[in-house]
Design a protein around this ligand. Structure first.
Ligand SMILES: Cc1cc2nc3c(=O)[nH]c(=O)nc-3n(C[C@H](O)[C@H](O)[C@H](O)COP(=O)(O)OP(=O)(O)OC[C@H]3O[C@@H](n4cnc5c(N)ncnc54)[C@H](O)[C@@H]3O)c2cc1C
Length: 429
């Protein structure tokens, strides 16, 4: 391999964004992916939608997300997968207050506080809204991305730029040199070896399986998502609605897709499997939703999560929550949590810069669509800003199980158990 060559493990948004950035700088890039399709239906970077928001309590993430939004507007509009529908943030937590301050300073014209009457103007007309009395603001700069489609498009552009993409290649181990002072490549589960001057592990929640150091720093936490198929009449009324996130409960919801799927989920500590490293824990069985849909699959969620999602939805759109004729599809998706919710973009300390981790998305990395690759490149070039260099460092307290970031209210993770999983197509009560 030439000096400027790199091997990336994982074709999620971390891996592909990194590939995209390095290809522009003349690197020879090989990406290996365990799935036969991109996005992999088990990855975090699939699904019908992810929020793209600069609404963070951290100034660093706010700025990075604003950079991403500007890039999506400038370079990816013709791809048609970014929808800047705006977002309504409910809640009076410190996180909400700090977030408002950051976005108000970046988008003075697009951000405003809402009271009970102005909130009615922002949300869909003729919808029997519950009394939304709490503090709220609107940020018109936020939106959502068709994540499954956008991941496929990023992969397509990487291949067009010369990347070699190898599907069905599951890395079984990273190969260290005889002196154990550098990584020289990877070996697949079936024994195939690929040499590499630089290996980048971007395998999301599976990263823990490839290295002891990273295994101590990451935790896969399962989150529950529901997709509700609206009627045509409801779709017409809700299609121009903003994203709504309630920072008092963690419940968030999107406007319906063109195929009428309305998505609701909860950003919380989530569920963990006690079998921390077992691949089965991050690969709950799924079925495809249907041919007419972008990548989206269904699986069961804990029955208690049905109630939480439905009750959270009731607070905003009771009409949808209470309509027992609507079909609910569900899925579980795994966050890859790192300590304090900060991404890990750093070299293995003993690898002499031959092994780099780009992972630890912690439930909020998708929106950094092309920014992630820029951060990786800056780490490689030694130009990462000092504050981010610390934030994304691998040198963290590895004694503790990763602590969730402040955007999630609960801190205690629940136990993942098949016993309380509900049926995937259960109707709301
Ligand atoms: C329910 C849910 C909602 C979310 N909502 C948002 C949101 O609204 N906004 C936002 O910004 N972010 C959101 N996120 C977070 C975001 O999706 C993730 O942070 C991001 O997608 C992580 O990307 P990744 O590349 O690290 O991991 P992944 O997308 O999981 O990619 C890792 C890839 O590596 C492959 N792989 C794993 N092991 C191997 C191996 N040994 N060999 C080869 N390949 C391998 C996998 O198959 C996979 O394709 C959400 C996540 C979930 C689960």
């Amino acid at each position: 391999m030439t000096e400027k060559s790199v091997l990336i493990v994982g074709a999620g948004v971390f891996g592909l964004s990194t590939a995209y950035e390095l290809l522009q700088d003349g690197y020879k890039v090989t990406i290996v992916e365990q799935s036969d399709q991109i996005p992999s239906e088990s990855s975090s970077s699939t699904d019908i939608s992810k929020i793209v928001r600069a609404d963070y309590s951290s100034a660093v993430y706010s700025k990075l997300a604003a950079e991403s939004i500007a890039d999506l507007e400038k370079n990816w509009t013709e791809a048609g997968f970014f929808h800047q529908c705006g977002m309504v943030v409910l809640g009076e937590s410190d996180y909400a207050k700090a977030s408002y301050k950051h976005v108000k300073s970046m988008y003075p014209e697009q951000v405003r506080l809402l009271d009970q009457s102005s909130i009615q103007d922002v949300l869909p007309k003729n919808v029997p809204l519950n009394s939304l009395t709490r503090t709220a603001y609107q940020n018109k700069a936020s939106g959502w991305i068709e994540s499954g489609r956008a991941t496929a498009e990023l992969a397509r552009r990487c291949e067009e730029m010369g990347a070699t993409l190898i599907p069905n290649f599951t890395v079984g181990r990273v190969i260290w040199s005889g002196d154990n002072d550098r990584v020289v490549g990877v070996e697949s589960a079936s024994g195939e070896v690929l040499d590499a001057a630089l290996t980048i592990i971007a395998s999301g929640a599976w990263s823990t399986l490839l290295d002891d150091q990273i295994n101590k720093m990451l935790l896969a936490s399962a989150q529950s998502v529901a997709m509700i198929k609206l009627t045509e009449e409801q779709h017409e009324r809700y299609k121009d609605s903003p994203i709504v996130i309630n920072l008092n409960t963690g419940i968030y919801m999107f406007p319906p897709t063109s195929t009428r799927y309305f998505k609701v989920s909860k950003h919380h500590a989530g569920y963990i499997s006690r079998e921390r490293n077992a691949p089965v824990s991050i690969d709950t069985k799924r079925e495809q939703l249907g041919e007419d849909e972008p990548p989206l699959s269904i699986s069961k969620i804990p029955s208690v999560m049905y109630d939480e999602l439905r009750n959270g939805l009731k607070e905003v759109y009771p009409e949808i929550a209470n309509d027992s004729s609507l079909e609910w599809k569900t899925r579980m998706c795994w966050y890859c949590d790192a300590q304090n919710g900060d991404y890990i973009i750093d070299y293995h300390p003993l690898s002499n810069k031959s092994l780099l981790f780009a992972t630890g998305g912690s439930g909020h990395a998708y929106k950094m669509y092309t920014v992630l690759g820029k951060l990786v490149k800056q780490r490689m070039d030694g130009t990462l800003d000092a504050e981010m260099s610390d934030m994304f460092s691998i040198q963290r307290d590895t004694e503790q199980v990763p602590v969730v970031d402040k955007s999630r209210l609960d801190t205690v993770r629940r136990d993942f158990s098949v016993a309380f999983m509900a049926e995937g197509q259960q109707q709301p009560k």
